[in-house]
Design a protein around this ligand. Structure first.
Ligand code: PDD
Length: 286
């Protein structure tokens, strides 16, 4: 059985309990981070914590009491649960003051709830999906307008992942005004004539930590990067496409809405970026 963390305590997963009035449960008033683990070490940890801090600030949510101990808590859970390859899920909610109300509770009466748990994923670094590539469907982006905040409002992304699965595909890309915003739980990229294209940062997409690292590594090896919007038509006619996230690193996309991308195989640039990302991230892992 897993050991999880809840508000200062390490507990067996069946003993960790939160209130039915918790605002993450009633209102999705919570933010989260997912940090990957390779070789028992944390990947891009600082980036995830910086983004968590920003999400909290944007929502006026107090920092959990243990904010400064988050690295130790991550490491302790990875160690207790003997995670070699996997993920650490972290969630902060606004807590509750013992009732349901649209108004935020007084921060003195309601401390934030902090939850962390691990997910063991042997084979995370050697994912067969990276070799065969993802098949993607596109779907209208009807999420709210602050997608830069990593909130736990994940019903629409969940619905769209189910739609993709039911269509025999791996994932969905969201489209707004004809342009791709991002994937259900990843950032979206295309490659055309050797240039890597991905949407520029704004409130319309999550500022992916893996996206930032991949763009940095791409520039370091003299690949050309354009941060701009691209349409789904442009994506279908690209030489390659791929997605990035903490839970998948870099995965090539080989099909969009039934249209084959390039020769229908995992592309060389996406595959190379995956190798570089894993190699460099392992070197910097803590
Ligand atoms: N999702 N865009 C969305 C909508 C996401 O949910 C995620 C991550 C990303 C990629 O961000 P990062 O590179 O920082 O993981 C982009 C996580 C993995 C999840 O929900 O499980």
């Amino acid at each position: 059985m897993r050991t999880v963390y809840l508000n200062g305590e390490y507990l067996p997963e069946t003993e960790a309990k939160i209130s039915i009035f918790d605002r993450a449960f009633l209102m999705a008033d919570g933010v989260y981070e997912v940090t990957s683990v390779l070789g028992g070490k944390l990947i891009d940890f600082e980036g995830h914590i910086r983004r968590l801090e920003r999400s909290l600030l944007e929502l006026g949510m107090p920092k959990p009491d243990a904010f400064d101990e988050l690295l130790d808590i991550h490491r302790e859970l990875v160690s207790i649960n003997r995670i070699d390859e996997g993920l650490v899920y972290l969630q902060v909610s606004r807590g509750n003051d013992g009732d349901r109300d649209f108004l935020y509770p007084d921060p003195e009466a309601a401390r934030p709830t902090l939850v962390l748990f691990t997910q063991s994923k042997p084979g995370l670094s050697d994912n067969p999906a990276a070799r065969r590539g993802f098949k993607i469907i596109s779907t209208e982006d009807v999420r709210w307008g602050r997608r830069d905040i990593k909130t736990t409002q994940l019903l629409y992304p969940s619905m769209c992942k189910m739609m993709a699965k039911n269509a025999g595909c791996d994932d969905a890309w969201f489209i707004e005004d004809g342009f791709v915003t991002e994937g259900t739980s990843n950032n979206a990229f295309i490659v055309k004539d050797g240039r890597i294209v991905t949407r520029l940062l704004s409130n319309e997409i999550l500022h992916g930590i893996t996206r930032a690292a991949v763009l940095r590594f791409a520039k370091e090896v003299q690949m050309q990067v354009d941060e701009r919007k691209f349409t789904i038509e442009e994506a279908k006619n690209a030489d390659e496409a791929f997605v990035t996230s903490a839970s998948t690193f870099v995965i090539p996309v080989v099909e969009i809405d039934g249209a084959m991308i390039g020769d229908g195989k995992s592309g060389p640039i996406a595959t190379r970026l995956r190798e570089i990302y894993i190699e460099e991230s392992l070197k910097a892992a803590i």
